[in-house]
Design a binder for this molecule. Structure first.
Ligand code: HEC
Ligand code: HEC
Length: 413
């Protein structure tokens, strides 16, 4: 009696343990990924332009051959397959933004391992003739676009364009500063949007907030508030065409186009600046500004002295802009520093305190006489707008109360 029950049980087990065919595994585990309207775990790093779905075709056979022919499967060592490497890529990132993709990733990984193992065990599949190149399933966008649409690239643009401009908002929106705490008490947490944890946390917050309008990026509250077009308690902090506006708008338009998957070719990508920018609480002030500059828009570009070359550096090391206060014959603003990307200077400023060393500097002044920036926010003030220059020595002390002050009557062409 005992023995026959055991036998029956064994027979039953053998029948139900019949291995699923690779097609069955595909239909049960891979097709749902293909058909799912939500993005795969790749979205942790790739905001657009590539998805796991791009590698899947409706038929299990075509999908297998397509991956095989692209070198994404290691037939003899499935665990080492490149497609699994892509899926596992974000596994070690334990940050809050990343772990939400973990569950999805494990599902995708397990599904692919089981299906690939079942498929690779089938000689008919392993040895099937190659697909035609046009039959392969792969991302529709070129690698340049895939690279541009990565989150780390977006973060870099955010650091250069939005994070670096945070001093233009004084301390009103910097989480945790005394000024901000006062405003939070009155207006709520929403005013603490420059996160203490840094640029990535700030970007993550803004992406989930109502401050960015992906359909009409130029109408984002992130622009309309500082322009005071949307009533802003902090008043007018941007003007169309100024450094802050340009930077925010550049970021917002690019971000909106990435998320809409609008970039199709390498040639269609925006030109990226070759400079990294850094915000500072170091100020420059021009006093006794001439009447001709009154209430005009003024840009300064500051050049450092290159001891070795015995000449001024070719590219500005700092700049800022704002409208002249004509009645007060006064102009002042905080500096944005810039350094060639990947230069030693950029690396130093990224890891430490971005500051100008004490030394000799050339300050060049440009005035928008015709209001051209308002007409076209992308325009820059150029040689035609040059109003004069002056050589100064400064140690660029930090803080509103310690500005580097220049008597504008000494500025000449
Ligand atoms: C943790 C971040 C991360 C995740 C998750 C991730 N990738 Fe990537 N991916 C990158 C990075 C960074 C690169 C840049 C090239 C490199 O370093 O290999 C890249 C490059 C690529 C490329 C080649 C483009 C080039 O630059 O040559 C493809 C294709 C790709 N990933 C597809 C995927 C797919 C499909 C997934 C999801 C299954 C995925 N990636 C998940 C970070 C990630
Ligand atoms: C003197 C303080 C002050 C300064 C400087 C300031 N703001 Fe504000 N801002 C506020 C206050 C207070 C609010 C909340 C009330 C309101 O919406 O106007 C606010 C609201 C905002 C909001 C809406 C936040 C939300 O979630 O509703 C945005 C966006 C914003 N400011 C952007 C900026 C930018 C960009 C700058 C700098 C270029 C700036 N502000 C400078 C005080 C300031």
């Amino acid at each position: 009696m005992k023995r026959s029950t055991a036998l029956l049980a064994m027979l039953f087990l053998a029948a139900s343990a019949r291995a699923e065919t690779s097609q069955e595994v595909f239909e049960r585990r891979i097709l749902p990924i293909f058909k799912s309207p939500s993005p795969s775990s790749c979205v942790q790093c790739h905001l657009a332009a590539v998805d796991l779905k791009n590698y899947i075709l409706p038929s299990h056979r075509d999908t297998f051959l397509s991956l095989r022919d692209q070198g994404l499967i290691d037939l003899d060592n499935i665990e080492k397959s490149k497609i699994l490497g892509l899926i596992e890529r974000g596994k070690s990132d334990k940050s809050k933004g990343a772990v939400v993709h973990q569950e999805n990733r494990v599902k995708e990984f397990d599904a692919f391992v089981s299906w690939l193992k079942a498929s690779a065990a089938d000689p008919a599949l392993r040895n099937a003739p190659k697909l035609k190149p046009e039959e392969l399933a792969k991302p529709p966008r070129p690698v340049e676009v895939i690279r541009h649409a990565r989150k780390d690239r977006l973060l870099e643009s955010f650091e250069n364009n939005v994070w670096s401009m945070r001093f233009r908002c004084m301390n009103c929106h910097n989480e945790g500063t005394p000024q901000n705490q006062k405003l939070v008490a009155e207006f709520g947490e929403r005013v603490a949007w420059f996160r203490k944890a840094g640029p990535e946390a700030t970007l993550d917050y803004l992406r989930s907030s109502k401050l960015i309008d992906l359909k009409n990026p130029e109408k984002s509250l992130l622009l309309l508030k500082p322009l005071n077009i949307e009533k802003h308690k902090g008043g007018v902090k941007f003007e169309v065409g100024d450094q802050g506006y340009k930077a925010y708008r550049t970021f917002l338009e690019d971000y909106a186009r990435i998320m809409a998957d609008e970039y199709k070719t390498a040639a269609g990508l925006p030109a990226m600046s070759s400079f990294a920018t850094f915000g500072t609480d170091r100020w420059i002030k021009l006093t006794k500004t001439p009447d001709a500059w009154g209430d005009k828009f003024l840009t300064v570009r500051i050049f450092a002295w290159d001891e070795k070359a015995n000449a001024w550096e070719k590219d500005p090391i700092a700049s800022t802009d704002r409208r002249v206060f004509g009645k007060g014959k006064l102009w002042q603003h905080n500096l944005t520093l810039m350094a060639a990307k990947d230069s030693d200077r950029a690396k130093r400023w990224k890891t430490g305190n971005a500051a100008l060393p004490k030394g000799k500097y050339l300050v060049k002044v440009y005035i928008d006489q015709t209001g051209k920036l308002v007409g076209d926010w992308k325009k820059e003030l150029t040689g035609d707008d040059f109003a004069g220059q002056i050589e100064i020595t400064s140690d660029w002390k930090e803080g509103y109360g310690a500005m580097t002050s220049i008597d504008a009557t000494g500025i000449c062409k």
